[in-house]
Ligand binder design. Structure first.
Ligand SMILES: Nc1ncnc2c1ncn2[C@@H]1O[C@H](COP(=O)(O)OP(=O)(O)OP(=O)(O)O)[C@@H](O)[C@H]1O
Ligand SMILES: [Mg+2]
Length: 323
């Protein structure tokens, strides 16, 4: 029995039996005789309320939670990633999601390991869930979100006043922004995790790591030898060129927001991606990104004539058509 059927039964017990007959529906007494539901008019007793609540809970837990997972796949209700969807992705609506553990608790979001399975087939996903109580995020918000026009003044006020509702809206806006950035970058061939879906403050991403669920290390955790370092540098320059061609820079680039999976560099954490032209501080952000990451490569021994930040900034501005 579905939940609304249950309520309908109680509601109909208040209705006038004649009206019901005129409408061609079964009368209260017929119904009661059929299935033993209450026939009394008026409010539910406390006992009845408890019973309804219990039945409802049972229905929710049996109908809304799959036996072999934590929830049904949320794919059908979410904003979905760009097409064509990768072949490894499970898109069946009857699939189930199971949370396998936490990958990392961050300052702005927590990342969980999720398995989405359909029968024998399964894929691993990273679930990045934005928090709504973070302080660093509020600093980053200041110029970025409050300058935007918002449709509803109630939402604008909630954000300005940092109410729980407002904080949740901010978190959701970061999620929307990161999903949009990843979708765009994926489509232009930048090395980013495939953005599977977004709903509310949760982002599901391609899991960067092995089949056992071990996340790949961040660049900062790696100890590349000379050849590996040069190879990573080349991948970085190629990735930055792709971004510049699209007129954007990461906005928070560091050796912590790059992962290395089987020798392949993957860029992550992109909610604050900066438009080089539209943002008055675009070039400044590009310069900061490049200097940050060049600093890491220099500290690992990349020769200065290769990893020269000024030369790279010039090249990137050139590629962006801004020199
Ligand atoms: N797609 C992914 N696959 C595997 N691991 C991931 C993925 N995305 C993020 N992670 C892991 O989660 C960590 C946090 O992700 P991210 O940087 O996007 O969030 P954050 O809230 O900004 O965290 P932090 O404050 O640590 O920078 C990453 O450093 C990485 O270890
Ligand atoms: Mg990060």
């Amino acid at each position: 029995m579905r939940e609304h059927d249950l309520y309908e039964r109680f509601e109909t017990s208040y209705d006038d039996a004649d009206t019901m007959r005129r409408k061609g529906k079964r009368s209260r007494s017929n119904r009661a005789a059929d299935d033993g539901e209450p026939t009394r008019r008026g409010r539910m007793t406390e006992e009845e309320k408890v019973r309804v609540a219990r039945v409802r809970e049972d229905q929710l837990s049996s109908a809304d939670t799959p036996e072999d997972g934590d929830r049904w796949s949320t794919w059908g209700d979410a904003e979905q990633g760009p097409k064509p969807h990768p072949s490894w992705l499970i898109t069946e609506l009857a699939a189930v999601d199971r949370e396998l553990g936490i990958v990392k608790t961050g300052k702005e979001a927590d990342v969980f390991l999720l398995e989405r399975a359909m029968g024998e087939k399964a894929c691993l996903l990273a679930a990045k869930r934005y928090r709504s109580n973070d302080h660093r995020m509020f600093h980053r918000d200041a110029g970025y979100l409050e300058g935007r026009r918002m449709k509803k003044s109630r939402e604008t006020r909630a954000i300005a006043n940092r109410t729980a509702f407002g904080r949740n809206l901010i978190a959701e806006q970061w999620t929307v922004a990161e999903f949009a950035a990843l979708s765009k970058l994926w489509q232009i061939g930048a090395p980013v995790p495939y953005p599977v879906q977004r709903s509310g403050t949760e982002l599901l991403l391609e899991f960067i790591g092995d089949d056992e669920g071990n996340a790949a290390p961040r660049l900062a955790q790696t100890r590349p030898d000379e050849d590996e370092l040069l190879d990573l540098w080349r991948q970085l320059v190629a990735a930055l060129m792709t971004l510049s061609e699209a007129g954007i820079t990461h906005g928070d680039l560091s050796a912590y927001n790059l992962m290395v999976h089987d020798g392949r560099l993957v860029m992550i954490d992109l909610p604050q991606v900066v438009d080089l032209v539209a943002n008055p501080r675009g070039v400044e952000f590009l310069d900061r990104d490049v200097r940050n990451i060049c600093g890491w490569f220099a500290s690992k021994g990349l020769p200065p004539e290769i990893g020269d930040p000024s030369a790279l900034v010039t090249t990137l501005l050139d590629v962006a058509g801004m020199s």
